[in-house]
Design a protein around this ligand. Structure first.
Ligand SMILES: *Cc1c(COP(=O)(O)O)cnc(C)c1O
Length: 397
């Protein structure tokens, strides 16, 4: 048996993965245009208007509103959807904390509903049981870039007259039944923070097909103004949450590579899945056939259920790291986050508990992540990832 690198053996890989972000002359040219125009702010509408139009069209949405980041994009989307302090918002716990903190920012209450073990996406079968007369909205999170089951979630939302919001921070370019994510629900939100699949350092976007809701989102992000109104005419309480022209320029540049990068991530993820499913002790996630495009912000895989007693996640991650493959343990589910629970208690006066065994098991024992830029390399890179995982897994048997 090959000696593991952690024990002094030769690592499978020493080469770095493709650097992120990827940028070039397009971004330089667009940034210089903004710089020289002297119109840098978010009201100038030079590159911002073009970005909103292109990004909306890319996701089959009618309306787009740029904002400062993905967190406030969710807050604004919830408020534009009519969610009020005290209203309950159903969401999965296996997500970034911003999904919950964006609601808690104004006293809307997250209600955690567990994910489907086959996908780690919000389990529609469990959503209905969590609906109360306080429930106002559902947030479907397209975790890892995989669109959640929007068909079922939309049916449930319609049946109970709830707003459906997509947290698509990880799913730029994702498609469900060949429709772009973001406006399959009432509103969808995106993030352009540094790690995301297109990035401008920071940034966010809201999409919708509902004109009134989109106008409200625009107003909330533009200090309560209305589009045709006066500069000091504030019809709502809103804030300055505008993106700058510089960010829009970078994002327009990033969008020119999006198709190509999506195709490459899909191709490499497919190869990786084929290789990993043959490794003893490793299990790959199922892909719903209705997912036309998976954005693969993350590639997730898991330690097979019969192996979790023998293989600890931390140990596997340390050994893979030594072999040159950096894997992440991923989220601690939000139903286990003390700050989130304390904030819910602060707003409601009640201590709440949420039963989410699938998310907890994924976090504690099973699931590992590889980040998106690891899927932007060559076939050889993918073979080396699989080879390292194979090598380390063999050492446990
Ligand atoms: C990144 C992310 C956010 C927040 O976006 P920011 O731009 O960092 O504020 C929200 N939800 C999910 C699922 C994310 O991955």
């Amino acid at each position: 048996m090959d000696k593991l690198a952690i024990d002094g053996g030769t690592p499978v890989r020493t080469k770095p993965f493709p650097k992120w972000p990827i940028h070039g002359e397009v971004e330089q040219k667009l940034l210089m245009e903004v710089l020289q125009s002297g119109e840098w702010g978010g009201t100038a509408r030079i590159k911002l208007a073009e970005l909103e139009e292109k990004f909306a069209a890319y996701h089959d949405a009618k309306y787009a509103v740029t904002v400062v980041n993905g967190t406030v994009a969710i807050t604004v989307a919830l408020q534009a959807a009519g969610v009020q302090p005290g209203d309950e918002v159903i969401m999965p716990p296996y997500t970034f904390i911003a999904t919950a903190s964006s609601a808690l920012m104004f006293g809307a209450i997250p209600v955690f509903v567990d994910v489907d073990p086959d996908t780690l996406l919000l389990d529609p079968d469990k959503v209905e049981a969590a609906i109360t007369d306080k429930t106002k909205a559902i947030i479907a999170v397209h975790i890892a870039g995989a669109p959640a089951n929007m068909t079922r979630l939309k049916e449930i939302a319609q049946k109970h007259q709830l707003r459906l919001i997509e947290d698509a921070a990880q799913a730029v370019g994702g498609r469900w039944e060949n429709v772009g994510v973001g406006a399959i629900g009432d509103l969808g939100t995106f993030s352009f923070q540094s790690s995301k699949n297109i990035n401008s350092g920071e940034g966010g976007m809201i999409l919708s097909n509902n004109e009134a809701v989109a106008e409200m989102a625009w107003s909330l992000a533009n200090v309560g103004r209305i589009r045709e109104g006066g500069w000091y005419q504030h019809e709502h309480i809103g804030w300055n949450l505008r993106m700058t022209e510089f960010q829009a320029a970078i994002l327009l540049g990033q969008m020119t590579r999006l198709d190509e990068q999506i195709a490459l991530r899909e191709k490499n993820a497919k190869l990786l899945t084929e290789l990993l499913q043959d490794i003893e002790g490793i299990e790959v996630f199922k892909r719903d056939p209705r997912i036309t495009t998976h954005a693969y912000h993350l590639y997730m895989f898991k330690i097979a259920s019969g192996w979790t007693d023998r293989v600890s996640k931390d140990d596997l991650i340390a050994k893979l790291g030594a072999e040159g493959i950096g894997a992440s343990p991923g989220y601690v589910p939000l139903n286990k986050n003390k700050a989130v629970l304390a904030e819910i208690e602060k707003w409601t006066g009640k201590r709440r508990e949420f039963d989410c065994p699938v998310s907890e098991r994924a976090s504690e024992k099973e699931v590992l992540w590889l980040v998106q830029n690891m899927l932007l390399g060559t076939d050889e890179d993918i073979h080396e990832i699989a080879k390292a995982i194979q090598k380390v897994m063999r050492s446990y048997s």
